[in-house]
Design a protein around this ligand. Sequence first.
Ligand code: MLT
Length: 212
Amino acid sequence: MTQLDFIHEYVPSSSGTDAYTLVLLHGTGGNEQDLIPLGRFLADDAALLGVRGKVLEGGMPRFFRRLAEGVFDQEDLLFRTDELADFLRAASETYGIHPGKRIAVGYSNGANIAASILLRHPDIFAGALLFRPMVPFEPTDATGTQPLRDKPVLLSAGEVDPLIPQAETNRLAELLKVQGAAVELHFNPGGHGLMQPELQVAKAWYEQNFGR
Ligand code: MLT
């Protein structure tokens, strides 16, 4: 069995093992604690699993290497994607997380590895909230089997994000739709940093798709 070899923080749900688990994936320089308050804001009864990326860039944790801003080391990305998917399967066994009830919540670099997992391991997440995501890689498989069929995915982007052009977000939305995902795209007037109004949008989206 795979070791639980990512630094992580697991917070069980107060409403038992039937609850959803939010898998919290930080941005560059963050850690497993960063998105715990956001997860709690989005879903007060969910279990939370914060994970710390293993790659260090000048001492800052990330989920995979990059060659330059927005230019990803594709070999490392695919290796790290598989490694994180294995960890999530193992952590689910250890903590009794329902494999059909894991939801990704990622910001920036964490949103990018979550998008990569969606495209490469479509069984891992039941849905995803991706804040400031990019296209992680261009999938070559166009079998038309739609492995993400009807899975809800929210992409939350900034209209004036200096790192991510709107076309990039639109392209990711298209790629996920080709795989069958039920994508909702939200552009807010901000840049790369998260803004309060979009968090309200994300909370309402979560309640609509996963609320009890
Ligand atoms: C970041 O700073 O995290 C980038 O914008 C996204 C990435 O490198 O994955």
